[in-house]
Every structure is written in C-alpha cells, then in structure tokens.
Design a protein around this ligand. Structure first.
Ligand code: CAA
Length: 378
C-alpha cells in the first residue's frame, strides 16, 4: 500500500490544516456553548469542502476519496464537530443522491449540496430500531402522485439545520428489509416536524434531533432508487460513511496524543519532565502506536474506496479500531494532564467527550464486529 499523498492531496491537507487553525479553532468556545457553526460551513462551501468528491459537472471539487478523508481527519484534529457535520453531509447526505439518484435528482440537488448552500442529513435510526436498522417502523404509502410518510426518527445528525434529508421508510412491511425505500425530503415539506434537540455529552455545536413525519407528502419523483431498494442504499452508504467516522476518530486520537506529548515534555515533576518518567512515557508510546495503526487502517479503507474496490470489511475495521484509539487515547491524555486535564482550560476533556460517540454512531463497535465477521464467513 502506497500512503504517499499526491501533490493535489497534499495541497488539500495543507489548506484544511490552515483553515482549521485560523477559522475553526477560534470558534470552538462558541460551539461548546451550543452554537451551530453555520458561518464556518459557508466558508467551507466557498473552499470546495462541502462537495470534495462531487464531480465538477455538478459543481463539486471533483477530487478523490483520499482527499476527502484527509479533510475529515484534519478538521477533526481541531474540531470533531465540524468533522462529523461534513462527514454526515457528504457520506450519507450527498452520496446517496450521487450514487443512486437519477439525472433529474442529481441536477436538482448535487450543485446545492456541493456548494454548501444545502446541508444534508440521513434519517435511518428510530426509537426502537438503532442497530437493527431493518426493523424500522416509518411507513410510506403510495397515493396518486406522491407517497404519504408517517413515523419518526431519532438521533438525526444535522437535523433541523439540514435542507435535504435522506429518509428511509417501509413501503412493504411484509417484505422486511426488501420493503424499505429511500426518499429525498426537502426541509420545507409540510408534515416534516423537527422535534427534541438532544443535549449531548460531547460534540456540542453539532445538532442531533428527533424528527417526525405527520402525513408528510413526498412526490413520487423523490423516491431514491427502486421501491424496496432502500436498505441496500443505506448499507452501501454506511460502508463508505464509516470511513469518514473512522477518520474523525483518528483526528481526535491524534489531537489527544499531540496535546499529551506536548504537556508531558513541559511538565516537570520529581526534577524531570513527566514524559521522561516511564509511567507516562509508556502511555505516550501506546497512544502513538494506536494512532499509527488507526491511520494505516483508515487510509487503507480510503484507498480501496478511491480505487472503486469493495471496502465494507476494511471500513468497519478502521472504524472499530480508530474509535477505540480515540476513546482510550483521550482518557489517557486526561490522565497525563492530571488535575489540569479535568478542567475546561485544556482541550483534552473535550476530546474525551467527543470521542465516545465514535464507538456508537454509524454502527456501534458491536455492529462493526458483526459486519467484519459476516465478511469472514463469506
Ligand atoms: N451493502 C449492500 N447491501 C448490503 C450491505 C452492504 N454493506 N449489507 C447488507 N446488505 C444487504 C444484504 O446483502 C441483504 O440482501 P440479500 O439478502 O439480497 O443479500 C440485505 O441487505 C439484508 O442484509 P442483512 O440480512 O445482513 O441485514 P440485517 O438486518 O441482519 O442487518 C446490519 C445487518 C449490518 C446489522 C445492519 O442492520 C446495520 O448496519 N446496522 C447498524 C445501523 C447503523 O449503522 N446505523 C447508523 C445510523 S446513521 C448514523 O449514525 C449517522 C449519524 O448520524 C452520524
């Protein structure tokens, strides 16, 4: 595997690093206070970051998947909030239309999603169907020139802020996963109700809401793919989406490592820097090893995807490993900082709060193991 970036990929990484430092970092206190980073997303749209992999004919940057993953990685080193907003917008908000939409749908939605005028969201999870996504209860009934949707969704990232929602609902309840269909829903559709805004442990500044559909009429032309083909659309996009979340976790793990290493080199106790005390030095060694391994898994999965090869197993491995590295690494970073690490004066407590959900959303770590083991049995 060649992990050397091309000149174009390096330019993307450098541009994102500098944008994150100058534009996003100063905004973190406002996001921690709960503000959604609208202005930042607008600027990202101007830089082409909201449509990195969207072809130029649809107004995107037309860049490769590795550039996209390096953008999520670098953004998440500074702000996991901006990282997840972009990952959800792209992998599961825009890509379903890019890969499964017809020409009319692509022309109507992709230019606006790619420019950042529109933000995307993905509505699969319900109160009683999280890991068991195929058991969703939202119903869609065909009537004349539209479908009528009734039901509700939970934990919708970007919900309430998004302009376009990819909604999964059952058009054939007796057919199980083969009865699930996907719809493109505009935010101003009558019957789309934005519900409770979740108060979360971390990722403050990202929005996570409940949604409900009350006799919501969706035009027939907004059916995405075939009727009954929705579950495969969800799964295929989650395969790719999971590489984005793995890159987000990698960014958090790397940020925790850099903060802990910097602090441990400066902090002197018992006459020498704590980094030189073996108890702390070993922690840093383990964290660095996990970050390096996560990086290899993330970019390996991204490379497969960039080459158009199957990557479901590798995406799940990358997410499983990188999310663990982020959680364990951020806990250790707090420990290295000691009492200071437990305060909001340093970023490590935020890394820990932000890291935990990477083991939960877009498939829990247990689901990643199911996916990996199913691949092994094939
Ligand atoms: N690509 C294409 N098709 C796939 C697929 C994939 N990756 N995985 C499964 N399928 C197909 C199967 O082939 C099967 O069709 P066939 O019978 O024709 O082969 C069909 O889908 C059903 O597959 P399974 O029997 O394997 O389905 P299952 O009900 O056992 O579920 C699961 C499999 C992997 C556990 C799945 O339910 C799953 O991924 N659950 C987790 C859901 C999840 O990740 N939710 C995240 C919500 S989104 C989110 O978090 C975004 C956010 O806000 C950050």
């Amino acid at each position: 595997m060649d992990l050397t970036f091309t000149e174009e990929q390096q330019m993307m990484r450098d541009m994102v690093q500098s944008f994150a430092k100058t534009e996003i970092e100063p905004f973190i206190p406002r996001m921690e206070a709960g503000e959604f980073p609208r202005d930042i997303l607008k600027k990202m749209g101007g830089l082409g970051l909201m449509g990195i992999t969207v072809p130029e004919e649809y107004g995107g940057a037309g860049m490769d998947f590795i550039s996209y993953i390096s953008a999520i990685h670098e953004l998440s080193k500074v702000s996991a909030v901006v990282g997840v907003i972009l990952s959800v917008h792209t992998s599961v908000g825009t890509n379903p239309i890019m890969y499964f939409g017809n020409d009319e749908q692509k022309n109507r939605y992709l230019p606006k999603l790619a420019s950042g005028e529109y933000l995307g969201a993905f509505c699969l999870t319900e109160a009683s169907s999280g890991s068991d996504a195929g058991s969703l209860k939202t119903r869609a009934v065909k009537k004349d020139d539209h479908y009528v949707l009734n039901g509700s969704k939970m934990f919708i990232t970007n919900g309430g802020e998004a302009d376009v929602y990819i909604v999964f609902a059952s058009t054939g309840p007796s057919k199980g996963t083969y009865g699930i269909s996907a719809f493109i829903v505009d935010k101003d559709t009558p019957g789309l109700v934005i519900g409770k805004d979740e108060r979360k442990m971390g990722l403050h500044g990202s929005r996570t809401v409940e949604l409900s559909f009350d006799q919501m009429k969706v035009p027939l032309e907004n059916l995405l793919g075939e009727e009954g083909g929705g579950f495969k659309i969800a799964m295929a996009n989650l395969d790719v989406g999971r590489i984005g979340i793995a890159a987000q976790a990698l960014g958090i793990a790397e940020a925790a490592l850099e903060a802990a290493t910097g602090y441990a080199k400066d902090r002197v106790q018992f006459g020498k820097p704590i980094a030189a005390q073996q108890g702390v030095g070993f922690k840093l060694a383990d964290m660095a090893t996990a970050v390096e391994a996560a990086k290899l898994l993330v970019y390996r999965a991204a490379q497969l995807r960039a080459e158009g090869l199957p990557c479901g197993k590798e995406a799940s491995m990358a997410k499983l490993f990188a999310s663990k590295a982020a959680v364990e690494g951020s806990i250790e970073a707090v420990q290295v900082f000691g009492g200071y690490g437990y305060t909001e004066d340093y970023p490590v407590e935020r890394y820990f709060r932000d890291a935990k959900v990477t083991e939960i959303y877009e498939g829990t770590s247990e689901i990643q193991r199911i996916v990996i083991s199913k691949h092994l049995m094939k």
